[in-house]
Design a protein. Structure first.
Length: 134
């Protein structure tokens, strides 16, 4: 029998300039450093940042740029999904196009180091209705 896994703990994200990345993640996602774990951010260790509730953690490692193959998908509500459309325009300088996956809607973009992100919501019918009205 496979042992159970409680929850997602953190994702390793590789960035070329950790200070610039920390600023970008705070501005775009509202993530802030976890002061109790800041001691790890020495000698090549991660700077751990989290969302306001502390339920999503990202470990920022400063490394030379490499191709990124994993997309970090973040689940959001219908309201938050719709709020991402103007937020992306303001913070990322782009208009994100919603992608219809038949059971959910997603928005795709990358951070300045090319790490790919997906904002996704399974409130499929509600978002479809809202998008038709706009």
């Amino acid at each position: 029998m496979t042992p159970t896994i409680d929850r997602f703990d953190h994702i390793h994200v590789y960035v070329s300039d950790r200070a610039a990345a920390e600023s970008w993640y705070e501005r775009v996602f509202g993530f802030r450093r976890i002061d109790d774990l800041a001691f790890w951010a020495t000698d090549g260790g991660p700077l751990v940042i989290a969302n306001e509730s502390g339920s999503v953690h990202i470990a920022l490692f400063e490394r030379p740029p490499k191709p990124n193959h994993s997309t970090i998908a973040l689940h959001v509500s219908r309201e938050a999904f719709l709020a991402w459309l103007p937020h992306a325009r303001a913070e990322l300088g782009t208009t994100l196009e919603p992608v219809d996956h038949d059971v959910c809607w997603s928005l795709y973009f990358s951070d300045p180091d090319g790490n790919p992100y997906e904002i996704t919501s399974f409130d499929y019918d509600g978002i479809a209705q809202d998008l038709r009205q706009n």
